[in-house]
Design a protein around this ligand. Sequence first.
Ligand SMILES: Nc1nc2c(ncn2[C@@H]2O[C@H](COP(=O)(O)OP(=O)(O)OP(=O)(O)O)[C@@H](O)[C@H]2O)c(=O)[nH]1
Ligand SMILES: [Mg+2]
Length: 286
Amino acid sequence: MKYRCGYVSVVGRANAGKSTLINRVVGEKVAIVSNKPQTTRNNILGIKTGEDYQLILVDTPGIHISKNHLDRFMNKSVRTALVGVDLIVYLIDGSKFTDEDEKHYIEKLKSGEIPVITVLTKSDKSLKSDFKADFIISSLSGDNIENLIEKMIEFLPEYSEKKPIYDEDYYTDKNLKFLVAENIREVALKILQKEIPHGIAVEIIRFEEKESLTIIEADIICEKFSHKGIIIGKGGKTLKVIGQQARNECEKLIGNKILLKLFVKVEEDWRNKPNQLSSFGYNDKN
Ligand SMILES: Nc1nc2c(ncn2[C@@H]2O[C@H](COP(=O)(O)OP(=O)(O)OP(=O)(O)O)[C@@H](O)[C@H]2O)c(=O)[nH]1
Ligand SMILES: [Mg+2]
């Protein structure tokens, strides 16, 4: 028997559609998605297992210029995802113009030791990029996704016996608590505007699974006192909407009824404080 198994890193600029592609390939919501840049903060594995292969995709934060400690952590996560993998998939937003900086970056990646496949995505929209990519796909319509999956599998090391790295029913390396926190953050990203979403972290402070109900309490951390009032909203209205939508998302994820309580906490300038980054899950263990 021939069995292929290994790692593929998906990298590219913020908002290119990396997480959407991984969710599409895996067929589960592994990573949260939003129309705001810098949604993904940690490297997250999305695992697709077939009869004769296991394809482990590494979702990464968007490549961008570093500003604060959180940004640096995110860039470091991208760099770790560029070593020890079998293939790099560089994703480009096809609905936008591709600038010289990005083309340069791709050339640099290609001169390294790990093979690189370039992919233009969002082909369901009108293409504005002139980049000559190896694949043109749409993660929304599913266009050309199967071909890309086949190609990625070709790059994985081959074994003569079935040798999956992860249990065959795992689709991610993250636990339920992490996924719940991320789903709450996704709803907050959707509902909140301007600079607030970038300064938000979610920390689960209680996670209790009972037979017919899961009790979850979480802090939404923001970095300024003025943001706290906006997140709560008039008479608590905004926080209530976030809570309702987050509960729906998390119930889908957990498959159980949830009692969700959200609190808003201010940790001034937390994105610049290494200790706090770590306590919110932004450390090398994640
Ligand atoms: N029309 C269209 N939109 C897409 C497609 N793929 C992703 N998007 C949208 O593009 C936006 C960004 O998608 P994400 O998957 O969060 O992008 P990302 O590269 O993971 O972004 P970061 O985590 O911030 O680096 C979202 O609004 C997606 O719905 C696609 O194939 N077609
Ligand atoms: Mg992402």
